[in-house]
Design a protein around this ligand. Structure first.
Ligand code: SF4
Length: 402
């Protein structure tokens, strides 16, 4: 089933796979589990069957069962959409889940190649499989076969005779380079997951690379984490591309030279807080760091939402802070420690000295308020951030020095 999407950065969702397994703390509040649970009871038996068996109730609440449903009948849906769209692939699963066979992923890629009018947004937390698969000649061969099969099959819906002839007479070579209409991304929720997944993304062949830092549950420094004693232990080139020398080339005079090249970098950063029951608060400084680092390196930045927690206190019609607003709030330290109301009664409440001993400078503590997602909005320091990546020529990783 595809749907117009309420997600700010996409037009439509396309979900040929349903079901998943949690892999990291960012999955704890997975909205797809709640959606799947509701849809298993959908009055339309086709919809209910698509979600059947994917969720169950445990002693800790709803969770995935680990069953993944492959919906082959949904694969050709984008062929019918004639208007160019931004399409979020697999909003109800992870395309690189280990239960999804290589051949099925190849069929998804074949459909993306056959519809260059659309821009596809793939987001994964399975960075290892993504890197291995997308860099392998075996996978490219699978994609080419899947694409040829789709074109040759007279029953493939959504392909006109003209399009079929075009594809058959002009051999499609999308898979010799990364798909130009695919924005490949990883979800990162804190520095640990950023350190794992972003390098893997940069080592994967892709035309556009992006990260979704949502739900942001801890600080992320895209320039490389700061050392407590000052400086950066490890400087990264995630936002600028690592400079280096490419493969040797022979000049007309027979000289062998290595051209100077800039390696892959992130082309887009999306960030946001968590929403839904049990949502964890986001510190405004975490978002400011991402925004400022992107601005500094001219990487497009989008702030999607505050989610359940916002630094703006709820106001009444007269513009006054509603009574009891502090009771709706928590004090959040810059490292993610949450102090419940009363824990830190400034300036010298019962746990204030404890917070200072733990190294939380006063400036790093902030008050955030529980709000409805719509009321919390998506303004950061008085403005929205709605930037998108400009497609760039595909990188050939083989030409870049790591
Ligand atoms: S990877 Fe995505 S879909 Fe899967 S459990 Fe985590 S948040 Fe949910």
């Amino acid at each position: 089933m595809s749907a117009r999407s309420a997600i700010e950065w996409t037009d439509k969702t396309w979900s040929p796979v349903i079901g998943c397994t949690k892999v990291s703390p960012g999955c704890d509040g997975c909205y797809a589990i709640r959606t799947a649970n509701v849809r298993t009871q959908h009055p339309n038996p086709k919809v209910a069957a698509a979600f059947a068996g994917t969720v169950h109730r445990t002693e800790h609440g709803l969770d995935w069962t680990g069953q993944v449903n492959l919906l082959a009948e949904r694969l050709t849906e984008p062929l019918h959409w004639r208007t160019p769209l931004k399409v979020f692939v697999n909003s109800q699963s992870d395309l690189f889940h280990d239960q999804v066979p290589d051949e099925f992923i190849a069929r998804v890629f074949a459909v993306m190649a056959l519809t260059p009018r659309h821009t596809y947004q793939v987001l994964t937390k399975r960075h290892g499989r993504m890197r291995t698969l997308l860099n392998s000649p075996h996978f490219r061969a699978l994609c080419e076969t899947a694409e040829a099969d789709l074109v040759a099959d007279e029953t493939t819906p959504g392909l006109s005779r003209y399009e079929r002839e075009q594809y058959q007479t002009r051999w499609w070579s999308s898979f010799t380079e990364p798909l130009a209409n695919l924005w490949l991304g990883v979800s990162v929720e804190d520095q640990k997951t950023a350190d794992l997944r972003i390098p893997a993304l940069l080592e994967t062949r892709a035309a556009v690379r992006w990260i979704s830092a949502e739900p942001l549950i801890g600080p992320i420094d895209l320039f490389g984490p700061l050392h407590p004693l000052g400086g950066r232990r490890k400087l990264t080139y995630w936002l600028t591309g690592r400079p280096g020398f490419g493969e040797p080339v022979k000049t007309a005079t027979g000289l062998e030279m290595r051209p100077f090249v800039i390696g892959p970098r992130l082309d887009w950063v999306v960030a946001g807080g968590e929403s839904g029951p049990g949502a964890r608060p986001v510190h405004p400084d975490w978002l400011r760091t991402l925004r400022d680092q992107c601005a500094h390196t001219r990487v497009p930045f989008q702030f999607k939402q505050w989610g359940r927690w916002s630094p703006d206190a709820p106001l009444d019609r007269e513009g006054r802070v509603v009574r009891g607003a502090r009771g709706l709030g928590v004090t959040l330290a810059n490292d993610g420690t949450v102090y419940a109301p009363g824990d830190l009664a400034y300036p010298d409440g019962p746990r204030y000295s404890e917070a200072i001993r733990a190294g939380h400078a006063k400036a790093s503590l902030t008050q955030v308020y529980s709000r409805r997602k719509e009321a919390a909005g998506r303004e950061l320091d008085g403005r929205t951030h709605d930037e998108y990546p400009a497609p760039r020529p595909a990188w050939s990783w083989a030409e870049v020095v790591r």
